[in-house]
Design a protein around this ligand. Structure first.
Ligand code: GLA
Length: 356
């Protein structure tokens, strides 16, 4: 095997307005390959060796730019300004009420109608000695999708020689605002089929129960003795069909877990996933206080992904590291406020390995 990093840059497609979209293909010395595009700051492919050494693309996604633009359920994208939901499309800051597009029933989801997943980012390759990747940046104008302040966001996505994909987010604003950036990869550690046999561990003693529109009630409920107890690891599908009102609201798992932390902001192990079939393992480490575990409940088999693969119901899971949903309307949750002069800074790592 060629034991060096590689970075290859090629055209991925052209947007309706004529802008060219570029794809960056990064290979690490162990043969893992990550592909990123500057539209949506988006990861299209992540090829990881299984226990026999064969590469498995562990991400749902598309082959063509048009499909990402048309009707992607946020496949692989960076989500902003506010990942997850804001109740009723409204929040107040210093006495002013801000109205946002209501694109998920009565609520705002994933930054509104045209979130960070649907804009062009500036992109520059990173070629450090132990990690290759792309430095992305986007300046969101004051008032974009209803949010106050010009927000300059930067996301560095790198792959190192330890098989870690690291996302380093930073942002600054010129007016007080709210921010909650995340990344929306849809993982399937088998590369196909459903994700229901994959074994998930989430290091959370509590989760935030929701109402019927998936807005947290404000409560932090114990996971003990509920289907939400993933602390010792179990197949995603084991309790997904349990008779439980929270599961009915989410049509499965679509909930924020309150991560166990020694101290706020510490980079700590949040979740582990394992496929008995391929032997591929994924660990998620984050500085964020929460993680949204979404079991692909809205995938219904109507989308055709890479190579024509049908994106089947629960054909992938998402682990979106984040502040809690609707925090701007919940003063009891960790704050998502960003003030001018302060720097929003947060790191999440997805680390791959294999078990025999
Ligand atoms: C997040 C949400 C889900 C769903 C998906 C995209 O995970 O919590 O409810 O919107 O994004 O379909």
């Amino acid at each position: 095997m060629d034991r060096s990093f590689k970075l290859d840059i090629q055209e991925f497609g052209t947007l309706a307005n004529g802008q060219k979209v570029t794809q960056f293909r990064i290979t690490n010395p162990n043969g893992l390959e990550m592909r990123l595009i500057d539209y949506g700051c988006l990861m299209t492919n992540l090829l990881v060796p299984d226990r026999s050494g064969k590469l498995v693309d562990v991400l749902l996604g598309f082959d063509r730019l048009e499909d990402y633009v048309k009707d992607s359920p946020y496949f692989g994208a960076v989500i902003g300004r506010y990942g997850n939901r804001i109740a009723g499309g409204q929040f107040s800051l210093d006495g002013t009420t801000y109205s946002l597009p209501q694109n998920d029933g009565p609520n705002t989801l994933h930054g509104g109608v045209k979130g960070f997943d649907k804009v062009m980012w500036q992109a520059a390759p990173i070629t450090d000695s132990t990690a290759y990747g792309v430095a992305f940046s986007y300046e969101s104008p004051d008032g974009e999708e209803g949010f106050p302040g010009t927000l300059t966001a930067r996301v560095r996505i790198t792959l190192n020689d330890q098989n870690e994909v690291t996302l380093d987010y930073t942002a600054v604003t010129d007016k007080p605002t709210v921010i909650n950036l995340t990344q929306h990869n849809y993982y399937n550690l088998d590369g196909m089929g459903t994700c229901l046999d994959q074994v998930m561990t989430i290091y959370a003693d509590q989760y935030t129960p929701v109402d019927s529109t998936l807005i947290p009630t404000g409560e932090r409920a114990p996971v003990a003795q509920t289907p939400f107890d993933f602390r010792t690891g179990k197949p995603i599908g084991k309790d997904i069909g349990a008779d439980n009102r929270q599961l009915a609201y989410g049509r499965g798992f679509d909930h924020n877990f309150v991560l166990n932390k020694q101290a706020p902001g510490l980079l700590s192990l949040a979740a582990e996933v394992y496929s008995t079939k391929t032997g591929i393992t994924m660990d998620v480490l984050t500085e964020e206080p929460g993680i949204q575990f979404y079991s692909g409940n809205f995938l219904d088999g109507s989308l055709k992904g890479k190579g024509g693969l049908v994106c089947e119901h629960r054909g992938a899971f998402c682990l979106e590291t984040q502040h809690f949903p609707d925090s701007p309307n919940h003063p009891e949750f960790p704050s998502t406020r960003l003030n001018p002069g302060d720097i929003y800074q947060t790191r999440t790592v997805y680390r791959f390995g294999r078990k025999d």
